[in-house]
Design a protein around this ligand. Sequence first.
Ligand SMILES: C=C1C[C@]23C[C@H]1CC[C@H]2[C@]1(C)CCC[C@@](C)(C(=O)O)[C@H]1[C@@H]3C(=O)O
Ligand code: AKG
Ligand code: FE2
Length: 412
Amino acid sequence: MVYISNAQDASKLVVAMVESARGGGTLAAKRGEADDDAAVVVLDLWRQPKIPAPFVWPRADVALPSSPTRELDVPVVDLAAALRDAAGMRRAVAQVAAACASHGFFQVSGHGVPPSLARAALDGAAGFFRLPLAAKQRARRAPGTVTGYTAAHADRFVSNLPWKETLSFGHRHANAAGNNNSSVADYFSSTLGDSFKHLGEVYQEYCEAMEEVTKTIMAVLGESLGVGGGGGYYREFFEDSSSIMRCNYYPPCPEPERTLGTGPHCDPSALTVLLQDGDVDGLQVLVGGAWRPVRPEPGAFVVNIGDTFMALTNGRYKSCLHRAVVHREQERRSLAFFLCPREDRVVRPPAGAGERRLYPDFTWADLMRFTQRHYRADTRTLDAFARWLRPPACSGAATAAGPPTATQAATV
Ligand SMILES: C=C1C[C@]23C[C@H]1CC[C@H]2[C@]1(C)CCC[C@@](C)(C(=O)O)[C@H]1[C@@H]3C(=O)O
Ligand SMILES: O=C(O)CCC(=O)C(=O)O
Ligand SMILES: [Fe+2]
């Protein structure tokens, strides 16, 4: 199913949301100034007695059994121990190998991220989402890109809207000369204004810390797949990564059983490193036909394998379906760091002895373009993307939708 709408539809939807908020009769105060009024309207949207129709998800998506008591067994991998000695690495390798061959979720402790930095990043997100709509809209997501602020993705989709607000920005690996060191800080001051410089610096530092964490994780994953020698195929592959950082805010919801904070999906990225604020749970993984909650260890990050890494392992490590539910009374925040390769790197598993390739070569730029312009990331993104890249020879219509062959021929 394709949900991408054009800008006109999107603005109609925002108008509809505004109308819905007004019609609901909960608009407490009408202020004279348009910007302030808009802020009240969105706050009121989250406070409707019933959720507006575009937020209602199909029963099939929300009705599968959710077993709040059957938490998913998500091992805690001690990264400090893995770096310290061979025994620590062996244990980490065994833990990730087991988790990634089944559901692709594990946690990491001993990661070296100062708790004060994690706190500052979470508090910064809380402060940002409390701003009036007009202030947040200064960072509004541009069509076709993955970065910026969105409320419910209402600028892109017209149905199955997620009950959340998000702020996303890119993080590029600093090159050897130290350039690009302030890409996140610059993004904050240039879009939101100079008063957000400090918050930008917090996220700059947080993204750099995430990059370090993912390097260690890649070393462990490489070892576990037998390609650890000489720095490791995967560690090197992500040396010049180009990642996406996303702050999620899930407001309390009057009908949590009819909607979702983030719908069922597999992350298109390579790895996701997730930090949840406090002990409000919400992340669930579909394992054995039931949605199983992931209850994070305090101080640990939850990591999951995304489609790009699944392709890099030729399907050995799984990118698993997950979602985020919302609650009637509690709000929830999470920070997701999506590790992605440099845009033009060719995603291809290391040469394996005669293994049949499950996915064609592709670049992250192609997969991004697919998820941002042609397809809404869902339960089958990677398969749909592979078909889009290599449509069956007999399907003329599909060929027209596919990307130019030049991108497929790109070399590392
Ligand atoms: C390439 C991307 C698509 C999404 C943002 C990045 C990484 C994760 C993807 C996403 C979070 C998966 C769930 C659905 C989505 C639409 C969302 O609810 O936010 C996804 C992102 C997106 O296209 O914005
Ligand atoms: O907020 C969460 O717990 C998960 C969000 C998620 O899966 C995502 O942003 O890709
Ligand atoms: Fe996700």
